[in-house]
Design a protein around this ligand. Structure first.
Ligand SMILES: *[C@@H]1O[C@H](CO)[C@@H](O)[C@H](O)[C@H]1NC(C)=O
Ligand SMILES: *[C@@H]1O[C@H](CO)[C@@H](O)[C@H](O)[C@H]1NC(C)=O
Ligand SMILES: *[C@@H]1O[C@H](CO)[C@@H](O)[C@H](O)[C@H]1NC(C)=O
Ligand SMILES: *[C@@H]1O[C@H](CO)[C@@H](O)[C@H](O)[C@H]1NC(C)=O
Ligand SMILES: *[C@@H]1O[C@H](CO)[C@@H](O)[C@H](O)[C@H]1NC(C)=O
Ligand SMILES: *[C@@H]1O[C@H](CO)[C@@H](O)[C@H](O)[C@H]1NC(C)=O
Ligand SMILES: *[C@@H]1O[C@H](CO)[C@@H](O)[C@H](O)[C@H]1NC(C)=O
Ligand SMILES: *[C@@H]1O[C@H](CO)[C@@H](O)[C@H](O)[C@H]1NC(C)=O
Ligand SMILES: CC(=O)N[C@H]1CO[C@H](CO)[C@@H](O)[C@@H]1O
Ligand SMILES: [Cu+2]
Length: 380
């Protein structure tokens, strides 16, 4: 009794100065890559106290446009290694003082620039971010995950690099095919204006000389791709050039197909298969369609959420035409690796919430057919 009374009395002066918000960095066991809570509102004068738990994390300030990079002049706790057997009371903290009401974006800098990047795996946090719209926390986190996806894709590509071979020349994950050189990507951050009421900033990986994104409307365009059909083992069309906010409608025709994201180097397997900590492939699942069907199921990839205000711009630029990593090169790799391809296959460009090239394959009961896409990459 005495203890609790005196405690509340001594806290009074502190409360007058501003509230204290506690945030756990991972959990007490250190088993998750997250801040908890992952977003909060604070008044000027408040303090946000980060409590570091086992493993080795940071609290670092970034910007919305570049979620996994230290902002110029931003705060950085430094690395805070915490032993798994340490007592909770002995663990370090880092305090951020809220001096204005602008959003404060935070990420963990551990393993930066690698597929294990904590930020790229979604370890981000925000103070006073808008609850909806372009700069929402959801979009910030999606952008961080997109950075991670891009890092994974780059690592997957270089992991298969021929030992001692010319840089950039890769050998496929299976089979003896020599892959054409990787085209270097750059990170692009640009403002996009659709009309006077809709402007947002987007960051994505792209290739030199790629056209800038040109959205057509707040709703975007709809691209329909027919998957299969009687005696057809291909996507029609096999190339889609998608812009921000576009929707790609995959319409399943006869037989039993799926649309699954793959990588350039490994066209016939789902992206990051067997690597649960990496971003998982987008996949439609199988859609069996009978020979006499008159209605065809669809599966959509939308490059943005429905909200009007420009939230979540995700898109792909059609990028790699005329380079060593064009769609036809992708198709060639797939054919050489699996040999069962019938007719044209698919193609590049396209969209995705994942960043990194989106490659899709189609499979049929008759074996893997292969497919699609390629190339461009993008994200928020
Ligand atoms: C931490 O680990 C203990 C023992 O394994 C478990 O009982 C507890 O639920 C874990 N706590 C969290 C927050 O995961
Ligand atoms: C914490 O992580 C940083 C960056 O990866 C590393 O340099 C440092 O050695 C790590 N500390 C411990 C104790 O593991
Ligand atoms: C934690 O484990 C390390 C090595 O296993 C040991 O040296 C240290 O004394 C332990 N600390 C505590 C508080 O138990
Ligand atoms: C926030 O304020 C506290 C106490 O006023 C101070 O110790 C701490 O260094 C400040 N934190 C930052 C990131 O400036
Ligand atoms: C479609 O193909 C999948 C994978 O081969 C199979 O599991 C499923 O049973 C098939 N569905 C039909 C109706 O043939
Ligand atoms: C399609 O064929 C199957 C089996 O041959 C039959 O059961 C089904 O009723 C037919 N569906 C239509 C829409 O004709
Ligand atoms: C895909 O989009 C089209 C066109 O907007 C729509 O008609 C269809 O219902 C959507 N399919 C799914 C599965 O959401
Ligand atoms: C890229 O290639 C596709 C298919 O080959 C073609 O339709 C498209 O016009 C090309 N784009 C550019 C910018 O050349
Ligand atoms: C017909 C054929 O060779 N299919 C192979 C295509 O590649 C995948 C991935 O290695 C194999 O599992 C298939 O057997
Ligand atoms: Cu971390």
């Amino acid at each position: 009794m005495f203890a609790s009374i005196s405690l509340s009395l001594t806290l009074l002066p502190l409360l007058a100065l501003g509230a204290v918000h506690d945030v756990q960095v991972s959990n007490t066991n250190g088993t998750v890559l997250e801040y908890s809570p992952d977003a909060l509102s604070a008044e000027v004068g408040d303090q946000v106290v980060f409590h570091f738990n086992p493993k080795n994390h940071t609290v670092s300030q970034s910007s919305f446009a570049s979620p996994c990079g230290l902002k110029d002049g931003g705060f950085h706790s430094g690395f805070m290694p915490v032993a798994a057997n340490s007592s909770v009371s002995s663990r370090p903290t880092f305090t951020v003082n809220v001096t204005d009401t602008d959003p404060i974006w935070v990420y963990c800098g551990q393993a930066a620039g690698t597929p294990e990047s904590h930020c790229g795996l979604g370890m981000v946090f925000a103070i006073n971010c808008p609850t909806s719209g372009t700069n929402s926390f959801a979009n910030f986190k999606a952008a961080a995950l997109a950075v991670g996806a891009s890092l994974s894709a780059a690592a997957a590509a270089s992991a298969t690099a021929a030992p001692g071979g010319a840089s950039n020349t890769l050998t496929a994950a299976y089979g003896d095919v020599t892959l054409p050189p990787v085209v270097s990507e750059t990170l692009v951050t640009i403002p996009i204006t659709l009309d006077s009421s809709s402007t947002w900033t987007t960051t994505y990986t792209s290739y030199v000389d790629s056209p800038a994104p040109t959205p057509v409307s707040p709703e975007g365009a709809v691209h329909t791709v027919v998957v299969g059909g009687p005696n057809k083992l291909f996507f029609d069309p096999d190339v889609v050039i998608a812009n921000p906010r576009d929707t790609i409608v995959f319409q399943f025709h006869q037989n039993n197909h799926s649309v699954t994201q793959s990588s350039f180097a490994d066209p016939c397997r789902p992206l990051n298969e067997g690597n649960p900590s990496a971003v998982q492939a987008l996949s439609s699942g199988f859609h069996p369609v009978s020979a006499n069907a008159t209605e065809f199921p669809t599966w959509n990839i939308t490059t943005s959420p429905k909200s009007h205000c420009g939230a979540g711009m995700v898109f792909a630029v059609n990028a790699i035409n005329g380079t060593s990593r064009s769609f036809s090169a992708f198709q060639s790799v797939a054919e050489q690796l699996n040999g069962t391809v019938v007719g044209a296959i698919s193609s590049p460009s396209a969209t995705s919430t994942t960043g990194g090239a989106l490659s899709l394959r189609a499979t049929s009961g008759a074996g893997i057919v292969v497919a699609l896409i390629a190339v461009a990459a993008s994200f928020l």
